[in-house]
Write a new protein. Structure first.
Ligand SMILES: Cc1ncc(COP(=O)(O)O)c(C=O)c1O
Length: 374
């Protein structure tokens, strides 16, 4: 007998991916960048949300930007006829052939890729779109300004259709270096006189640097309703919606006596007699082991009035379970639904309590967690 995989089966944990939230967030990006086309960034299996869900929710995007050519293949196999951008281009000459067959646009960020493109004989008849990447100060990928023109002219002479591209290091920060202004200055100088469409902005630039968008924007994290800064208030202000809701249940309740210790290491000591709830979610599900005591978990119908209430974690997160303080949740029972992150608990808040960013948590959702696409 095969068990259904998309609903609670044995362990009551489930990540629900809300495709209507994807649609909403994409709509917000269109409002914020009405003159630009949108590359929806879906690398890392759509930041942990699954390609299937992203494809369903973001089908009205202008293109998908990703890293792994297998994901491009997946999109073509599912009849996506629109544009696909390989964000780090190709990693070998053999991959180039495959990428062209799949009609991918390519980022080109180094000399080796330029050489491969020069030697490659394109028999497909389709002009290949290149997004030539300038290192305008982030010092990760891209040509330095003094090398950029040569690369541009070489690819232009080889018959490619060129676009200018750069990536911001600090669009989410007020005083980070290099600033968006410095990177823009570098970019504008480097491309002077070289006519081509441009692609500049990530989520933070779309939200806060509307003068630095370009013809194609490249939103990632904001599509998922998560903040580029890690501050959830930015998501509220920007009217974005969480796409991934990670939920589970209370599977046991312990009645502690004052002075009892909880979990591995006994890190939490009960300050008084109290109830704690044991939740079926641990670090092997992608919940951060370093979440501090006090990380919020929402428990449904649990307060004195039967409303949902935020309960703080207590004790160390273990592989399959975590524990929460139920003192504010007198109605909490075994079987109560809890939300680890989503609508009631911003993933940004969980990340902050764990010394990381929402990007990492959503990308690290474990394979063993069933996903329901809604
Ligand atoms: C080149 C490039 N563009 C766009 C993005 C999307 O960034 P964000 O998720 O911050 O919007 C990324 C993600 O890291 C990226 O590497």
């Amino acid at each position: 007998m095969s068990l259904p995989v998309n609903r609670f089966v044995n362990r009551p944990i489930l990540a629900t991916i809300h495709t209507d939230a994807f649609r909403h967030n994409l709509g917000r990006i269109r409002e914020l960048a009405p003159q630009s086309k949108i590359w929806s960034v879906i690398k890392a299996k759509a930041y942990g949300h699954s390609l299937e869900a992203a494809f369903q929710g973001l089908e009205s995007t202008d293109g998908f930007a990703l890293l792994d050519i297998a994901d491009a293949q997946w999109l073509r196999d599912h009849d996506w006829a629109g544009r696909i951008l390989l964000l780090e281009g190709i990693f070998s000459l053999a991959e180039l052939e495959f990428a062209i067959k799949l009609h991918c646009d390519l980022v080109v960020h180094n000399e080796q890729q330029v050489s491969w493109l020069e030697t490659f004989k394109n028999h497909s008849g389709n002009p290949v779109n290149i997004f030539l990447k300038l290192n305008s100060g982030m010092n990760r990928l891209g040509f330095r300004p003094e090398q950029y023109r040569t690369a541009f002219h070489r690819l232009h002479s080889a018959g490619y259709h060129l676009h200018h591209m750069t990536h911001f290091a600090n669009a989410d920060q007020v005083d980070g270096l290099p600033s968006v202004g410095e990177q823009m200055e570098c970019f504008e100088k480097a491309i002077e006189g070289l006519q081509a469409p441009s692609s500049l902005a990530n989520s933070a630039a779309i939200l806060w640097h509307r003068n630095a968008l370009g013809d194609w924007v490249r939103p990632g994290i904001m599509l998922y309703g998560v903040s580029p800064t890690g501050v959830h208030a930015d998501i509220v202000r920007s009217e974005l919606q969480a796409v991934m809701h990670l939920r589970s249940e209370i599977i046991d309740i312990q009645e502690l006596k004052k002075g009892d210790h909880v979990g591995y290491g006994g890190c939490y000591e009960a300050p008084e007699d109290m109830r704690i709830g044991v939740i079926a979610c641990g670090y092997a599900d992608g919940y951060p082991r370093h979440a501090e005591d006090g990380t919020p978990v929402w428990v449904d119908a649990a307060d004195a009035k039967g409303e949902g209430v935020i309960c703080p974690t207590v004790g160390r997160v273990s592989m399959d379970m975590l524990t929460v303080d139920l003192r504010e949740a007198p109605n909490a029972k075994v079987g109560a639904t809890v939300e680890l992150w989503g609508n009631e608990v911003p993933v940004d808040d969980v990340a902050q309590m764990s010394g990381t960013i929402g990007y990492e948590l959503i990308c690290a959702l474990a394979q063993r967690v069933p996903v329901l696409i809604k």
